[in-house]
Design a protein around this ligand. Structure first.
Ligand SMILES: C[S@@+](CC[C@H](N)C(=O)[O-])C[C@H]1O[C@@H](n2cnc3c(N)ncnc32)[C@H](O)[C@@H]1O
Length: 352
């Protein structure tokens, strides 16, 4: 908050990227342990002449979303390599240290960690595609999104999302400078409204709205009043999956929202946005995105493991989002890096 006269916010003296990476990568090592120990995946791949993801899925009976996240993570770690014709091969590091019959086989070293509770949850995700309760909570096994109807949990989540956005918000807003003539923005699943506040700081002519379900909507309103934004950012109570999105907006923002949902659900959201946006309007996905050839970056591949474990989604790659956007009717898809492993994917609804 506290923008200067040009709409730029005060910046911290230190770069918290390492803290984001620690928090977002917290589940990844458990998936690696499972791949090495339970699946013995590197030995399995090393013994075959040619392997594709579909072969692994079929023969090891794994869920396709979880396997996709696993493969991207192992490629980003430098343990697998993507080869021509969508085949996968071991990297020299994996071939020397993570396979049976090697003089330098380290699998047993990982094996001594395989009783970690997170490893059992990863194995369930890989076998069944089933998500675990957020943060591996044992007292409430509801899906994180279903749990949001509980006001105590909602307050916890709003505080968490808001604290993440305090640093990311200014760069997010700056990345939209190239979009001309925005008048009204809708931040779908906008939580505390932290990104909408950053947008109106930078572009005082914009009137912003946040779409949220109850009780997150009320928590967002409280915060906007406390921060002095209630005259420029309002909260609309609504369910993004239920009924048409509200009309009259020329910018739709999805920030860290699409990574929670399956491809079919993301496609539903993009279709709903296309139908509701003004002609010529823009859609922006602000998130941690996997690169187009799905080889990294490693911090995003690690974050994707957390999303796979606790939600229906994953960190989408730029090359996965583009066809989803164009299938919904959007054009001019572009991608721009911001900070802390985040980027924006922007597309436009053609003018009438
Ligand atoms: C991971 S948080 C992201 C919050 C914020 N956009 C950010 O970037 O930090 C997902 C948000 O989606 C909201 N959400 C989940 N399901 C929703 C629904 N059906 N309709 C509207 N919002 C929803 C949640 O309340 C939560 O605020």
């Amino acid at each position: 908050m506290n923008p200067d006269s040009t709409g730029n916010r005060a910046r911290p003296l230190t770069d918290p990227v390492s803290l984001y990476r620690l928090r977002e990568g917290v589940y990844a090592a458990d998936l690696l342990i499972v791949a090495i120990v339970e699946l013995d995946l590197f030995t399995w791949i090393g013994r075959r002449a040619e392997v594709r993801a579909a072969d692994i899925e079929k023969e090891l009976r794994l869920d396709s979303r979880a396997l996709d996240v696993l493969i991207t993570y192992l490629v980003a770690l430098g343990l697998l390599e993507r080869a021509p014709n969508e085949t996968l091969r071991l990297s020299p590091l994996a071939a020397e240290h993570l396979v049976a019959d090697s003089s330098w086989d380290m699998r047993a070293y990982f094996g001594s960690l395989s009783e970690r509770p997170g490893c059992a949850e990863m194995m369930t995700a890989l076998r069944s595609g089933k998500t675990s309760s957020w943060s591996s909570a044992t007292e409430d096994s509801r899906d994180w999104s279903d749990r949001l109807i509980d006001p105590g949990w909602a307050r916890h989540v709003v505080a968490s999302m808001d604290s993440r956005g305090l640093f990311l918000g200014a760069e997010f807003a700056a990345a939209l400078d190239e979009l001309p003539d925005i008048r009204r923005s809708l931040d779908i699943g906008g939580d505390s409204g932290v990104y909408s506040c950053a947008l109106v700081d930078r572009r005082p002519e914009v009137r912003a709205s946040v779409l949220e379900r109850s009780p997150v909507d009320e928590l967002g309103r409280e915060l906007l009043v406390r921060r002095g934004y209630a005259d420029r950012v309002n909260v609309i109570t609504g369910d993004m999956f239920n009924g048409p999105l509200p009309g009259g907006f020329d910018l739709h923002i999805y920030s860290h929202v699409l990574h929670d949902w399956s491809e079919a659900q993301v496609r539903d959201l993009l279709d709903a946005s296309y139908a509701a946006l003004e002609p010529g309007g823009w859609i922006v996905d602000h998130d941690a995105h996997i690169n187009a050839d799905k080889t990294g970056p490693l911090p995003v591949a690690e974050y994707s493991v957390m999303m796979m474990h606790g939600t229906h989604g994953k960190c989408w790659s730029v090359s996965e989002l583009e066809p989803m956007l164009t299938d919904s009717g959007f054009v001019d898809v572009r991608h721009k890096d911001t900070i802390s492993d985040r980027s924006v994917v922007i597309a436009r609804k053609p003018a009438a």
